[in-house]
Design a binder for this molecule. Sequence first.
Ligand code: ATP
Length: 366
Amino acid sequence: MKVVLEHITKIFPGRGRGAKATVAANDLTFEIPDGELIALLGPSGCGKSTALNLISGLQKPTEGRIFFGSDDVTDLPPENRGVGLVFQNYALYPHLSVMDNIIFPLGNLRGKEKMSKEEMHKKAHEIAKLVQIDELMDRKPAELSGGQQQRVAIARALVKMPKVLLLDEPLSNLDARLRLQTREEIKRIQRETGITTVFVTHDQDEAMSISDRIIVMKEGTIQQIGGPQEVYDSPANLFVANFLGTPPINVFSGHVRAGELYIGENDVLKVKGAPDGEVFAAIRPEGFILDENGPFECALGRVEVMGRDISVVSTHHDSQNEVIRSIISAENRVDTSKKTVRFFLKPKKTFLFDKKTEARIDFEIA
Ligand code: ATP
């Protein structure tokens, strides 16, 4: 089922006299193609959950329309939208078995959709098999691991075969290993069912690894929509560049003059086509090439061995980050007796941003 948001705005009025209203969603317009898994990604408070709640119908927009396929669902309550919801706290019924938790939503079906007990059990078994908890049907939630509980919550959301599956930080309560495993599971389940899915997360790694497309949000507004690689390789603005990637991107104050990028006194890269002026230059950690003849000189801090790669930690007075992290192959030797380290920069891993608007400035790569 295709999901379309058209100019969706949600304003929460301030509480108390003089309190400011919050624009939690500001003119959101996007389309989720049928069968895609989309991540809503951004820092705490950027409006991800609000956007999800608007799609589910738990909240009403102040302005704008929402469509499922060609149907306008803006005024429909959640129970009539055909959505499955999974939250961070799985909210399972503690006194019910796994089976009874999963079939719970089926008990509410009325009219021609009403199911017999046998039909419900058959359906629950099918879904439990899909999420691989079919061996645990008689247990109570307290007798399950966090990951298993989350699978029950997903099974419960899927049992009515929703048109759209909405997941709000579903992995936050799991430890690091289970998070990895469960996110792979979610991707598999989503592929197998083909249900259009929206996944809310503040974890860029999670968003990058499982989604077909990422919507990056900040303060209620969309910053960029694109495939994971596209958003990483071509960030629309400095916020997106900073938000994606570990270790984070290295940001410097610099300036462009006659098609050359300068950081401090160093002429570090050809940036043909970029207009003269002050810029932020952002370089991915993998964008540095260690070379004693390189044009970019930084003060050498330390070298951290990471197995296959090494991380050279350095500083520069025009760096916006406390330290600069460059990741280079462990085959390189860094002369730690020296006070400085020199680099060439990879043009595809270096981005320029307008100092005022922080929008990306394109340049030609020679
Ligand atoms: P988090 O990752 O912390 O859950 P989020 O990106 O999901 O954050 P939202 O929960 O959508 O953010 O909140 C967006 C903004 O709207 C925040 O400033 C929040 O304080 C505000 N907000 C959310 N719900 C309400 C509400 N019911 N009443 C008033 N303000 C609200």
